[in-house]
Write a protein of this length. Structure first.
Lengths: 403, 434
């Protein structure tokens, strides 16, 4: 297949070629980077929190009036919850993963350390805590009921026993012997002993660097007159149980407000709403961009076919087959697309570099641009197919006509 | 001739519907994407109180841990302690000043039909209302005397007044919150804030406050704030120890009516910190800041990175759409070579042909712009659906609408420049041959 006639024909309509090439180049650069960002966001949203998310829900209780005994209410609420049918486990707590609010503090190996060994979050639960969160114990044991202290709000927690996540245990004791060790939750003694290690639990803040470092603390400590409860329903019964719990809890005590019944699934959905929105917006732009570029190719190719009807007719009259004409246009498109893609590849890496510097995003992985090449080649060839087929149907008799 | 060219332009658009659709849709999509993201970007970052945003300053002092800076990039803490807030308020060195924090209280309505509910309110000093100028429907705020008296007063927002009293004038009525009665002294009118710029530490787009009450009164309740609380060491046991501690949980704003006053207040703050250092507090080097509203919003990144990336992407998309339009206009005008030749042969100058085709490009731009406007409306609807907290930010106002149309016509004209120039260069003689 002679390329030179194609090239010389292209050189005569340089501007149109540049326009298509430029569209292809910009499309490649934008689509590659946008796809990469989408991939990153989807990865972020996929991270497991470590807790049971399908059967769990949590809610708050806010008491009012003088003489409201938040500690007593907490204990009677838990007793009520635990005898309700359909509930597998229930605990009082201060926070759950992905909820964007909670208690964070440092853990130290020595007293009066200047900088904490690790940052962590505290989940203040009782003996059914691990069960309600649905996290798996991989070493040591759970809290015993007698270990759950009642703490007056505003006092220091100072738990004698704590359970940490494996990630935190490894951070504190890289040799893997965290069980039984004593750590400082405060500047001074007493220490807390690590009595158990769970597989994984995220902290409430999805952007935290210390996202996998969580600590479970055995205590009953309402936040003033407020407390929160986490309930794990039996499999498949979450929604009906949630309704019943709201009703029962509101009725059982009229000096308090039961609010914000939220499933953990909706907590996750809210936490990642921004990432999801970004992925949707980028996805829409990618589709629109590809559509515009494809339509541009169709438009330009149709125009060229109309311009060159005489030449095509002449070629056919001189013996070219339909397939030769088709191949001519496909090859022409391939050349333009390739030139555009080469420029686009450079633009893609330039854009990636700019994003890295200004938005601290990671580098574009090498395979995005080659895959982009292939996709845009295919898109271009498909787009030009219609006009090219029309060109191939130009009858040779056109060459002999005078007008 | 302008009207004639306009007619010609419209007629030519109708003659080739496919090409026209491609061009109009191309411009429309590009404009819609750019204007949707630009609207969000513009409104999110826009000055919430332009007539005095340079007079309101957020107080930052560095009482933090000597061993660990509050922030890796050297910025001072984003809130202040109770003892510092009270000390600064009592010194009274600013033209107006207020410390504030977020507090949750159960509201027990008198009306038995409304169930008790947990409300999130703002605890402030009297100057808050003069500083941030929320509009009042009934009554007003409280005054400094009531601050000093720990008066049990409250200001309701329009929404909470609607819920509790059906929207009527409730000034003078009592409101029971957590077993204590408060007198309602004011009800706000609709306060359409784009972002809660006065409390960026707890989320620029979080839920609106439902009531306001005096700082001094709230402290008497001995109830911890519902916002962010940050301590670098354990505060010790009990409420009094907490108030004395170096935990930061209070936001502090001052109003300084001139650059001279700003300089004076800076000097006062530096002096205050020096005095505290003598008492053994504030171990870190001096690091006070008094950013104004816009500076603080930028510092706290109210306009998120995501929004910036989306806007950049949308404009890149617009450029691709424009390149597309150049190609299509080129195709369209080249096909009209015969018509151009005829006009030129009949005496039209190159200039006339240029004007004709430029106006035709403008017509395409105008049509594309109208489509773009429609799509922008849809786009903003989608943004409000995707980002629930942007409901006050994703709206078209008149300035944005005019920018949309102008942008559409300008881009179409720009795109049409080269094709129009090419069309003018047609030699009449070559076209008239048969």
């Amino acid at each position: 297949m002679e390329i030179r006639p194609i090239l010389s024909a292209l050189m005569r309509s340089k501007v149109s070629m540049i326009l298509i090439g430029l569209q292809v180049a910009l499309t490649l650069a934008i689509v590659c980077n946008a796809l990469f960002i989408i991939g990153q966001r989807l990865e972020r949203m996929d991270r497991p929190s470590g807790m049971n998310e399908s059967d769990t829900f949590w809610f708050g209780s806010n008491g009012f009036g003088q003489g409201y005994d938040a500690n007593a209410v907490q204990l009677s609420d838990l007793a009520l919850l635990r005898q309700m049918p359909g509930i597998a486990a229930a605990t009082s707590t201060n926070s759950v993963p992905m909820s964007n609010g909670g208690w964070s503090t440092g853990i130290n190996l020595q007293p009066k350390q200047k900088t904490s060994t690790a940052q962590t979050t505290l989940y203040i639960v009782d003996a059914q805590g691990l069960d309600a969160y649905g996290v798996k114990l991989v070493a040591g044991r759970n809290f015993k009921p007698e270990e759950i202290k009642t703490v007056k709000f505003g006092d220091r927690l100072q738990p004698a026993a704590i359970i940490v996540t494996k990630a935190l245990a490894d951070k504190l004791y890289p040799d893997g012997d965290a069980l039984g060790k004593q750590v400082y939750m405060d500047e001074e003694p007493p220490t807390s002993t690590i009595i158990g290690i769970v597989e994984r639990t995220q902290v409430p803040w999805v952007d935290a660097e210390f996202i996998d470092y969580s600590t479970f603390v055995p205590a009953y400590m309402p936040y003033g007159n407020s407390t929160r409860y986490l309930v794990r329903a039996e499999a498949g019964r979450r929604d009906e149980v949630m309704k019943e719990v709201e009703q029962k809890m509101s009725q059982s005590n009229t000096s308090r407000i039961i609010g914000k019944m939220r499933t953990i699934a909706s907590v996750r959905s809210d936490a990642y709403a921004g990432d999801r929105a970004m992925a949707i917006i980028l996805g829409t732009v990618i589709v629109a961009l590809l559509a515009i570029t494809a339509l541009g190719i169709v438009g330009m190719a149709s125009f060229w076919v109309a311009q060159r009807t005489r030449q095509i007719g002449t070629r056919r009259a001189l013996g070219a087959t339909r397939f030769d004409i088709l191949r001519y246009f496909q090859t022409e498109n391939f050349i333009i697309t390739t030139l555009g893609l080469l420029v686009g590849g450079v633009l893609a890496y330039a854009l990636s570099l700019w994003l890295m510097q200004n938005y601290q995003s990671p580098r574009l992985p090498w395979y995005y641009v080659p895959i982009g090449f292939v996709c845009l080649w295919v898109l271009g060839q498909l787009a030009v197919l219609g006009p090219a087929l029309r060109a191939s149907h130009v009858p040779p008799a056109v060459a002999t006509r005078n007008v | 001739m302008f009207g004639y060219y306009l007619q010609l332009g419209l007629r030519s658009l109708r003659r080739n519907p496919v090409l026209t659709t491609l061009m109009v849709v191309g411009i429309g999509l590009g404009i819609a994407a750019s204007m949707t993201t630009l609207t969000v970007l513009h409104l999110m970052g826009s000055d919430p109180i332009p007539w005095k945003s340079d007079k309101l300053h957020y107080v930052q002092i560095d009482n933090w841990d000597v061993n660990n800076p509050f922030s890796d990039d050297g910025r001072p803490p984003d809130q202040v302690t109770y003892r510092d807030a009270v000390a600064l308020m009592e010194a009274g060195k600013a033209d107006k000043q207020t410390a504030m924090f977020k507090l949750a209280l159960p509201i027990q309505p008198e009306n038995p039909e409304v169930k008790p509910f947990q409300a999130l309110g703002r605890v402030t000093y009297a100057d808050f209302f003069a500083m941030f100028e929320p509009p009042f429907a009934y009554g007003g705020g409280w005054d400094r005397k009531q601050d000093a008296e720990h008066a049990r007063v409250v200001v309701l927002t329009r929404e909470s007044n609607e819920k509790l009293f059906g929207g009527q004038n409730s000034v003078g009525k009592t409101l029971r919150m957590n077993g204590v009665d408060y007198s309602i002294v004011g009800v706000l009118a609709d306060w359409k804030l784009r972002s809660k710029y006065y409390d960026l530490t707890n989320g620029a787009f979080s839920d609106a406050d439902e009531f306001f009450m005096p700082f001094t009164t709230a402290i008497d309740l001995k109830q911890r704030a519902s916002g962010n609380n940050n301590c670098f060491k354990s505060p010790g046991d009990g409420w009094d120890a907490y108030l004395e501690s170096d935990c930061i949980w209070i936001q502090m704003w001052v109003q300084l009516d001139s650059p001279a006053r700003l300089a004076e207040y800076h000097a006062f703050l530096d002096n205050y910190v020096a005095e505290q250092k003598k008492l053994g507090r504030f171990p870190r080097p001096l690091n006070n800041r008094l950013l104004d509203v816009n500076q603080w919003m930028r510092d706290q990144r109210v306009v998120s990175r995501d929004v910036q990336v989306q806007t950049g992407l949308a404009f890149a998309f617009l450029i691709v759409c424009l390149v597309n339009t150049i190609g299509l206009l080129l195709a369209k005008f080249t096909r009209k070579a015969g018509e151009v030749g005829l006009r030129r042969a009949l005496g039209a100058s190159r200039n006339d042909v240029f004007k004709q085709f430029l106006i035709e490009s403008g017509v395409v731009g105008m049509t594309g712009g109208l489509l773009g406007l429609l799509l922008t409306g849809l786009g903003l609807l989608a943004v409000r659906a995707l980002y629930a907290e942007y409901k006050n930010v994703a709206h078209l106002d008149w300035s944005m609408i005019s920018i949309t149309i102008v942008l559409a016509i300008a881009s179409a004209l720009l795109a049409g420049l080269y094709p129009t120039w090419r069309a003018c260069r047609v030699q009449p003689a070559a076209q008239l041959k048969v």
